[in-house]
Design a protein around this ligand. Structure first.
Ligand SMILES: [Zn+2]
Length: 52
């Protein structure tokens, strides 16, 4: 089962999908910091991850 996260920021179509949840969290934290200048907590990201 894959873990998928879609960025919900306006005008952002970033999406990441991986089998490893930790990998998704790492990529999302980096994306949020570099593209949006915000830091996201691991718990927040995990709460937004969908399992497909
Ligand atoms: Zn984004």
């Amino acid at each position: 089962m894959a873990h998928q996260f879609e960025c919900t920021q306006q005008d952002c179509d970033f999406m990441v999908r991986a089998n490893d949840e930790n990998e998704v969290v790492d990529v999302v934290q980096e994306h949020a910091r570099e593209k949006h200048g915000m830091s996201m907590e691991r718990n927040d990201i995990q709460g937004a991850i969908r399992q497909r």
